[in-house]
Design a protein around this ligand. Sequence first.
Ligand SMILES: [Zn+2]
Length: 361
Amino acid sequence: MRIAAISFPATRRAMVDPGPQLRPAVGAKLRRPVARLGRPPHWTRRQALSGTLHWLALAASAGFAVRAGAQDGPPVVPLEVTEIASGVFVHQGAYALFAPSNRGDVANLSFVVGRDAVAVIDTGGSFAVGQALRAAIRAVTDKPIRHVINTHMHPDHLFGNAAFAEDRPDFIGHHKLAQALAARADRYLAVNAQLLGSEAFAGTRLIAPTRAVHDRAVIDLGGRELILEAQPTAHTDNDLTVHDTATGTLFLGDLLFMRHIPALDGSIRGWLALIDRLERVDAKRVVPGHGPPIAAWPEPMQPQKRYLETISAEVRRMIKEGRSIAEAATTVGLSEKDAWLLFDAFNARNVTAAFAELEWE
Ligand SMILES: [Zn+2]
């Protein structure tokens, strides 16, 4: 497969940045037994492809917990993961905003096991979730974790990075990821510490990429290659896609939302243009940033495309009619309300971002 690198006009950053999820923190400090931290299985509800292999972490099903690293600490319950293709494992995050009860476990997290090494694709919304992902990997294989890939800057995808520091991997991201994180680090940490509460947030710190992908990079895990492509501004200005060529599995991060409403933090014009390119990528299956752990490709892109096209058309009409951004935020996109989870949490912000971009056309 080839996602051609395409040139794209520089885009202003969206005024509204949905990274940290702005919901009042729940005041009460949770004191829950660690053993309850694993979520109940969701994969059975929506197994997207027949023949999908399910794999429950042996440790989780046996009620067995492992220590995370050398130091003593509370036992870590491995995340549930599904083996969606040979050597490709995905944990499905909850359809939720950051809350103490989910520890920031709201995005899909993956790992790919090669002959010699393991690559992780996104690490979750807190150190605790990263530790639980690492425990899930260690329940499958003891091969070295040499690569931690972040698909973009949002906290639910990379706040678990620190759990892999002891593995000394390359932390890999889009060439714009480091700067994007530097500009937002203080706010991301402060807001999400409040949303998760001190217990769920404990140990969380940002680890910036140590290796930048400028256009295209290939990672060799031994007998299988991952192709990484730095994409032009779309969901954010630092979206990185991963293609496991051995199985034809495409990891799109938040360039693809399913069921969970898309969140716009880059460029709506760029995203729609990139979707046209991505749809032509030759892959068998896709892992979305939010949604079921696996889906056939490229059909699942259609609802998101419809949503973004609807927002784009309605915003352009309101701009033409001289209506205000505030009016747009409360009226645009409402025909899509029933098609998405978390619509109320993101739609007005998406519309505001789209308005700020499109009014300068
Ligand atoms: Zn995102």
